[in-house]
Design a protein around this ligand. Sequence first.
Ligand code: NAD
Length: 421
Amino acid sequence: MNISILGTGYVGAVTGACFAELGNDVVFVDIDPAKLELIKTGRSPIFEPGLDELLTKNLDRISATTDTAQAIRETDATFICVGTPSNPDGSIDLRYIESASRDIGEVLREKEGWHMVVMKSTVVSGTTTGIVRSTLEAASGKVAFRDFGLASNPEFLKEGSALVDVFSPDRIVIGAEDPRSRGVLETLYTTFDCPKLVVAIPVAEMIKYVSNAFLATKISFANEIGNLCKTMGIDTAEVFAGVGLDARINPAFFRSGIGFGGSCFPKDVRALIAQAEAAGLYPKILSSVVAVNEDQPLRLLALLRKHIPDLEGKRIGLLGLAFKPDTDDIRESRAIPIIEALQDARADVIAYDPLAIAHVRSLFPEITYASSAAEVLESDAVLIITEWKEFEALDYTGKIVIDGRRVPKAAIGSIYEGVCW
Ligand code: NAD
């Protein structure tokens, strides 16, 4: 199949590389030419383990262009992979989706033959059959499900293990209304040996949001219980190891800590809340999930003040800035509210991360960035924000360490506090 990918960020780059590996010809499109220049030479525009190798291996099936019209004309199917950020009120900002839909529709007006449009971006239920369909139809003068295909195929990859997630998914969700669109996606994924769920498009969209909202709920639940366990001197990890053994519950996403960040959970939970509110509902559980997540990083500061009551002028080291290990992504990283709180307290912040310093430097040019993790250990106290593997190799002896992620080595020989343990 000839496939165009609109949006060459995390999802677009990984999805396109995966489709090329499956034997398809893939054209990557983005409004940012720098990303496409990297793709053309087999390099990923984002950090993701194994992605450079996969792109290089499949370079003869890959091309990249800023010319959306040409990419759509020369392919059979277009996957929309553009960003869906939040509006200030938490609702989903569909401006990139609308603009991509308009671009596609304008090309479909002139293009002969049937073309398939697939929504891979995370969009609230009703978006694809609503604003996307109407924008495509208005721009093309054609009718969806008849003159062109339209489907939803939400993405469940996790940054840091994206290739494993894409090649060995728990399930593939296909939202389709017409047999031809459904057939295209079933053919594309024919070699995958996992449950394939074919549902109506709004159901597919909802499955994605509910999955993310539930995982975020597990994390905030584990954090709330972890806060209680800490006051009782109980090890929250032992509690959740026992809880997770219940087959009805499952142990994943029960690691208590300083909360979730990243480009998906915070914005997707907020978008679901906004959608519920627009429907006249007050989603109490989801609102609490966000509230717990916002409080959690600040608990690290409260624990730090037990050891250093006045932070003014004190050098406080941060180990880790990315929202999780094995990514350079800092979107909604818990490091951000922690740096802001330390600045409010007039602390002198020094930070280290193996991959994410450049991104954080653009937000906080005024703090100091260390060239190694060991340099951060020279501070008056150290906060562990991201559980990078290399932090296991450090010697924390004699240091004040406030751990937001549970790095076992950090407790050895140090003055140690875990956020929930
Ligand atoms: P991203 O910001 O990394 O990438 C989006 C890309 O789209 C950018 O490179 C941007 O320049 C490009 N773009 C914007 N408008 C465009 C247009 N009109 N034409 C072509 N390119 C355009 O975003 P992402 O993290 O890849 O997320 C994309 C979508 O996938 C979002 O809806 C997100 O919620 C969802 N998602 C993300 C992840 C993840 O882990 N990052 C996982 C699952 C789903």
